[in-house]
Design a protein around this ligand. Structure first.
Ligand code: ADP
Ligand code: MG
Length: 445
């Protein structure tokens, strides 16, 4: 029925519209009267909702003679390019084919699209990039484990896959496994259910390189942490490379067992920060080129300047512009970009208020907002107060005197001093800078 619907739509729609908007849609499932489809990103999703959802629903209902409900979701980027294992089966490997001949059966789930060659390094990710390179050229002899952390959409999944791909280039026979921690957990649950724990253990403990993405998800999951702990030890003891990513610094992951946390700190911890404008521009240019989108310099700068630090989101805007340009057969210009992204950018630019920042910081440190505004010199209050002042300066357009006013009428020099203080502390104290980054990202989300 989905196939027939597509055929009908292809007949009804302008070919360019069909290939831009309908072709990339994937059918997820049809259950009774509900049809679930997946689209590449959320801009696509809103476009489909506004322009094609009714048509698709009607066409489906016509063909199936059932009144179908349409559910549209965003395909998870990790799955988009990969074949999902058949449900119920233990996940089979997705094999890497090299020059069309040799197939290495010991490679699991690596995304071949994510390589070092397609990764732009800039000051925000330099450290993590260099560490990843080092690990890739000398697995298990440099940094083990390598722990990469950073906010959403900043390139963790890309980088960890790049490590796997680079290792395989040099060592085509190595056993390399990329798993998200969720997938690790699901496979564990299945193995427990079907009494296949031996197989499970053997599989993971036979890896030369284990890449675990988004490890924060196993926090609080006792059995999974236990099993991961033993896998970790076994690999570590036999000098196999382990790389882990997370959205947070190990100490900041709530519910993560102490013994795992301490192991994550055995090797090297590298952070990825929000990209600066130049890096964003460079990434945009590369992605535009890859997708055959003609992106003028000033539009790249406009995008880099006005949108958030999430690179996945940035890519989404680019795709939207590219689609719009091809639909309307007009080149991308600054005016067009402003128009097309108008609604989204307004939403993004809504400025945070000092009160919101104070509230979030106070909650994070478990203190009262009134304590932030007070002049008490208690150590437990001074640091949060400085953090709050710093974030107010970073995230609002308020002047020093205005900030001082909202902090119980403090002098502007007090504010400047506090901000200098926190900046120098952050430069030395990785955990503090991680704390500030996490408060910041919760404010910005
Ligand atoms: P995370 O796992 O940190 O949420 P991803 O690795 O999924 O982020 O990155 C999101 C998107 O941004 C991907 O398409 C990725 O290719 C792209 N990306 C992120 N950082 C870079 C970079 N430095 N250079 C090129 N592309 C990048
Ligand atoms: Mg990721």
């Amino acid at each position: 029925i989905w196939q027939e619907t597509l055929e009908k739509l292809q007949k009804d729609l302008n070919p360019q519209h069909f290939s831009t908007w309908i072709k990339p849609i994937r059918l997820v499932s049809i259950e009774r009267d509900t049809v679930r489809i997946a689209v590449p990103n959320r801009f696509f999703l809103s476009w489909i909702r506004d322009n094609y959802a009714d048509l698709i629903q009607e066409t489906l209902s016509d063909i199936g003679a059932v009144s179908y409900q349409l559910q549209i979701e965003v395909a998870r980027p990790d799955e988009e390019k990969q074949d999902e294992p058949a449900p119920g089966k233990a996940a089979p490997s997705i094999e890497i084919k090299r020059s069309g001949t040799a197939v290495n059966p010991g490679v699991y789930n690596l995304n071949r699209k994510y390589t070092f060659a397609s990764f732009i390094s800039g000051s925000s990710n330099q450290f993590a990039y260099a560490a990843a390179r080092a690990v890739a050229s000398n697995p298990a002899t440099t940094y083990n484990p390598l722990f990469i952390y950073g906010g959403v959409g900043l390139g963790k999944t890309h980088l960890i896959n790049a490590i796997g791909n680079a290792i395989l280039e040099e060592n085509p026979d190595m056993r390399v496994c990329y798993y998200t921690s969720e997938k690790f957990m699901n496979e564990l649950i299945n193995s427990l259910r079907y009494a296949k724990m031996d197989e499970f253990r053997k599989k993971f403990r036979s890896m030369d390189v284990l890449l675990i993405d988004d490890v924060q998800f196993i926090a609080g999951k006792e059995r999974t942490q236990e099993e991961f702990f033993h896998t970790f030890n076994s690999l570590y003891e036999s000098h196999k490379q382990i790389v882990v990513t997370s959205d947070k610094f190990p100490k900041e992951i709530p519910g993560l067992e102490e013994r795992l946390r301490s192991r994550f700190e055995w090797g090297l911890i590298a952070d990825i920060q929000a990209p600066d404008v130049e890096t964003k521009q460079a990434i945009l240019k590369m992605k535009a080129e890859q997708n055959g989108i003609d992106l003028p310099e000033n539009v790249a700068l406009f995008l880099a300047n006005s949108v958030s630090s999430n690179i996945r989101e940035l890519e989404g805007y680019l795709v939207r512009l590219g689609a719009y340009a091809s639909l309307t057969s007009t080149p991308i210009t600054l005016a067009m970009a402003r128009e097309v992204l108008k609604n989204i950018l307004v939403e993004k630019r809504r400025e945070l208020s000092i009160e919101e920042i104070q509230k979030t910081v106070a909650t994070h440190f478990g203190i009262k907002v009134s304590d932030l505004k007070s002049a008490k010199r208690l150590k437990a209050l001074v640091l949060p107060r400085q953090v709050a002042m710093y974030l107010c300066r970073q995230l609002t357009s308020c002047s020093y005197p205005e900030i001082g006013e909202k902090f119980g009428g403090k002098d502007h020099s007090t504010i400047i001093h506090a901000i200098k203080k926190i900046e120098s502390k952050m430069a030395e104290d990785m955990q503090l800078s991680a704390t500030v980054a996490s408060i910041r990202s919760s404010l910005e989300s």
